[in-house]
Design a protein around this ligand. Structure first.
Ligand code: XMP
Length: 520
């Protein structure tokens, strides 16, 4: 393990836990997430811990079975001179354990509110007297333990921030890791650089060096079969794995029959250019056969995920006969895939099962997922550092279950071909426009809705295409893109004129949250 200054984030199940760690890395300081109940003896093994942050979480501290930490952790931090910062649930947990009082609010507080800053000596250095912060809580701290003092309040929350200057323990009720807290980044920087005294700079190159060491340690001389899709995640993961295991890597690209127009050919030629060994499996018929009659989104995902893994296993067995034993399955899973499938912690809520993580029981290959702690923009930085071309790095994300989650209801060949044509038109128009490198994703969704239209002199009664185009930093949140009207008009008119079976186009103007990027 590399010796470097580290901020540990203890995970109490909050949806934003990983954002805390990511913001710290953006500050140029290494950070990693550990489960909330890690024993101090395990912390001892991490070389240079400079601070610990308690994350938010969905529980109430006073409920039975809520995640709590032991008093020994506080003793260890004091002895090791490691400052603590509690955020939201973490902010309530500290006084609860050390002898303060936490109570349920009559009404949950959610959204932006004004923080009145009472002390600007350390955590709030450089802040104004009043700052906008983002709250989301149903409990609050009513009394602080001895040695603690209040350093900020809001109109609804008398102890919105506190500190214990001797033991260097801090707490904030609001979320400093989200952009809605305007000075959140500054507060985090004050904690990490000012209070914890982190000095080093941690870059993506360090991450690569470390990832290579970790892969080497985990995989050793074993053979790896790697799932690739042509997207930035799996390509970067493949290049990284290839650096370590060389000819022990075998990339497999499965055409699930649900891909976009010409996608399969493009992916294969891209991999050839990268000199990575790739094998093509044409499995469209199998996937479509298994999806027949299935309309439920989670069921579609489950079937696609399972079929995908089974095909891999079959391929692995075939390969083993000639190539020798294969032990690992490489995947380009990134952090948001795991958050939204609730694989990161027991307490987070499941939103959608992303195929990378929902593995069928009894899978015999072991997983190696070198990008599992990164966000997409971090993966792009790694890709750049590894020398990948802009075409690969800036390719729009495409979901594992592919066009199946963009056809609402049952998937059929006919619907796929309609969707492919509509999608191609959207891509062509976006590529020609100034939105080209500004969108996170742009695509078509085929709705199971028919509407009346008129073409020539005839009445039509056909399906509707929804256009989705979003801007996002990491897909955890996304805003619909404010495309120019004339682009939308061109897209709509081309789709209706050129795609048989469509007579109406609508534009999706919802953000995430409350919607998601994909429709299913
Ligand atoms: P949602 O729809 O959850 O999408 O807001 C967030 C991002 O994830 C992509 N996505 C997936 N990627 N397997 C994947 O590999 C999946 O099952 C999956 N579902 C959504 C989506 O395209 C968007 O970029």
């Amino acid at each position: 393990m590399l010796n470097r200054e580290t901020i540990i984030v203890l995970d109490f199940g909050g949806q934003y836990t990983h954002l805390i760690s990511r913001r710290i890395r953006e500050l140029g300081v290494y950070s990693e997430i550990q489960t909330y109940n890690i024993p101090p003896a395990e912390l001892e093994k991490i070389p240079d811990i400079k601070g610990i942050i308690f994350s938010g979480g969905p529980n109430s501290v006073y409920e039975r079975n809520s995640p709590i930490v032991s008093k020994e952790l506080f003793t260890w931090c004091k002895r090791s001179k490691v400052p603590i910062l509690g955020i939201c649930y973490g902010h309530q947990l500290i006084p609860y354990i050390l002898g303060g009082n936490v109570k349920r609010l009559d009404r949950r507080e959610f959204g932006k509110t004004v923080l009145h800053v009472e002390n600007k000596e350390d955590l709030f250095q450089g802040l104004n007297d009043n700052e906008i912060v983002w709250m989301s809580h149903g409990d609050q701290v009513l009394e602080l333990p001895p040695g603690f003092e209040k350093i900020g309040y809001t109109d609804n929350c008398p102890i919105a921030a506190y500190r214990n200057i001797n033991d260097r323990i801090y707490g904030v009720q609001f979320h400093i890791e989200v952009r809605h807290t305007e000075k959140g980044y500054k507060i985090l920087e004050n904690f990490v650089r000012g209070i914890c005294g982190c000095k080093t700079s941690w870059e993506m190159e360090n991450w690569i060096e470390e990832a290579i060491q970790n892969i080497r340690k985990r995989v050793g001389g074993a053979k790896v079969i790697m799932a690739v899709s042509g997207g930035v995640d799996s390509t970067v993961a493949a290049v990284l794995l290839h650096r370590v295991v060389g000819k022990n890597l075998y990339c497999i690209f499965v055409d699930n029959g649900l891909l976009r127009k010409k996608e399969a050919e493009e992916v294969i030629s891209g991999f050839k250019r990268l000199n990575l060994p790739i094998h093509f499996v044409d499995a469209g018929e199998i996937f479509l056969g298994r999806l027949e009659g299935v309309a439920d989104p989670e069921e579609k995902r489950r079937i696609i995920a399972e079929t995908f893994i089974r095909i891999f296993e079959k391929k692995a067995k075939e390969l083993e006969n000639t190539w020798g034993k294969i032990e690992y399955l490489g995947q380009g899973t990134i952090y948001p895939d795991r958050v939204e499938s609730a694989a990161t912690s027991k307490t987070a809520v499941r939103i959608k099962s992303h195929h990378n993580v929902t593995l069928p029981e009894g899978m015999t290959l072991k997983l190696v997922e070198p990008l599992a702690s990164l966000y997409k923009d971090e993966v792009r930085k790694v890709g750049k550092a590894l020398g990948l071309s802009d075409d690969v790095i800036w390719r729009q994300p495409f979901p594992g279950p592919s066009l199946a989650v963009r056809i609402i209801g049952e998937v059929t060949e006919e619907k796929l071909s309609i969707l492919r044509e509509a999608d191609t038109i959207i891509q062509e128009e976006i590529q020609k426009s100034s939105f080209r490198n500004r969108l996170w994703q742009s695509f078509a969704v085929l709705l199971p809705v028919k509407s009346v239209g008129v073409m020539g002199d005839a009445r039509t009664y056909e399906n509707v295409i929804a256009v989705r185009a979003v801007e996002s930093e990491d897909a955890m949140t996304a805003n619909f893109a404010k495309l120019d009207w004339d682009i939308l008009e061109r897209i709509a008119s081309r789709i209706v004129n050129e795609v048989k079976g469509i007579n109406r186009v609508v534009y999706d103007i919802t953000n995430k949250p409350p919607s998601t990027v994909e429709w299913e």
